[in-house]
Ligand binder design. Structure first.
Ligand code: UDP
Length: 308
């Protein structure tokens, strides 16, 4: 198998590349390093079955030879990133996804599109099932990401319907683990970094909003199972255990032994009030469910941030 991972030097991309190498794939990671980092893949570059191509997917895929599998992960993915990179986010979701899908058709490759729980917006259906169409503000600050990913899904389905492309669509819920950037703004790296520095954790609003956090290795297992499955419609991949942001802050402070507590900051615009995946479909179609406990995943993540 020869496999392309767009966004291969990012948080999820680098873990996926690692896993694919273990499975025996030849792996090409394409990344423009806007939010990806060479250090995420530095330990793989000596491997003759791995190569890193520094290029922008919006300009095409400057790599020769046929691919068997394509994982399309390239995109800024943190709220502060996509608000700082609105055009990059919109264009990689549209032009970039188009290049990846066209390459899949050309090569006869299977392709997995990384979509997101953000397609559900601030959900009125809870937990979120794949059949729910979502409650997204199409013009708010988060829309550059949410609508780019909704467009990606529409484009992928059109390629499946009209071009016979073998498309798989993962709706990824909040994921955490080693190699997140401490300044990427997402809640777990933000809280862990603050706790390790002995600072108060910045809880937005009252902290009553909920999220469901999946450890990265569980998600990667879901990706592999999804691309090798025959299921062609979107599948939720996430951990269904839901907790509030305030509960998360309290746990991280106690695990790190941080006495500085929390400080409340204004709630970002359109921040979803709750989020939890219904993973019945992933269980039925992929035989997949998360295996790593929050305690273990968080301990691994804290150790990584301490060391890095
Ligand atoms: N959040 C917070 N403090 C922070 C960063 C995030 O309270 O320093 C909250 C944020 O408002 C949201 C939740 O944590 O309700 C998850 O935010 P994140 O940016 O990690 O992901 P997303 O909003 O995309 O789920």
């Amino acid at each position: 198998m020869r496999t392309l991972v767009t966004g291969g030097a990012g948080f999820l991309g680098s873990h996926l590349c690692e896993r694919l190498l273990i499975l025996g794939h030849d792996v090409v990671a394409l990344d423009n390093m806007v939010t990806g980092r060479p250090s995420n893949v530095a330990h793989m570059v000596e491997n003759p079955r791995f190569s890193l191509v520094n290029a922008d997917l919006c300009d095409g895929i400057p790599v020769d030879g046929r691919f068997d599998r394509i994982f399309n992960l390239a995109s800024p993915a943190s709220p502060i990133d996509y608000v700082e990179l609105p055009f990059e986010t919109l264009y990689v979701g549209s032009d970039g996804t188009r290049h990846a899908l066209e390459r899949a058709v050309l090569d006869g490759a299977r392709i997995m599109i990384a979509s997101t729980s953000e397609v559900y917006g601030d959900p009125e259906v809870h937990p979120q099932v794949e059949g729910y169409w979502g409650n997204v503000n199409p013009i708010g600050p988060r829309s550059v990401y949410d609508e780019a990913k909704r467009f990606s899904e529409a484009l992928a389905m059109a390629f499946a319907r009209y071009k016979g492309c073998q498309v798989r669509i993962a709706r990824i819920f909040n994921t955490y683990g080693p190699r997140m950037r401490s300044n990427d703004g997402r809640v777990i790296p933000a809280f862990v970094t603050q706790a390790l520095a002995g600072e108060a954790l910045t809880v937005f609003g009252e902290g009553a909003q909920t999220r469901s956090f999946c450890f990265v290795s569980d998600l990667i297992e879901g990706f592999i199972r999804l691309i090798e499955s025959d299921y062609q419609l979107p599948v939720n991949l996430g951990n269904p255990i839901e907790r509030s942001v305030l509960d998360l802050a309290t746990r991280i402070n106690s695990l790190v032994g941080n006495a500085a507590g929390v400080i409340h900051k204004p709630m970002p615009i359109d921040d979803p009030s709750r989020r939890r995946p219904d993973i019945s479909l992933a269980k039925a179609e992929l035989g997949w469910e998360p295996a790593v406990s929050f305690e273990d995943g968080l301990a691994t993540t804290i150790r990584w941030f301490e060391a890095n």
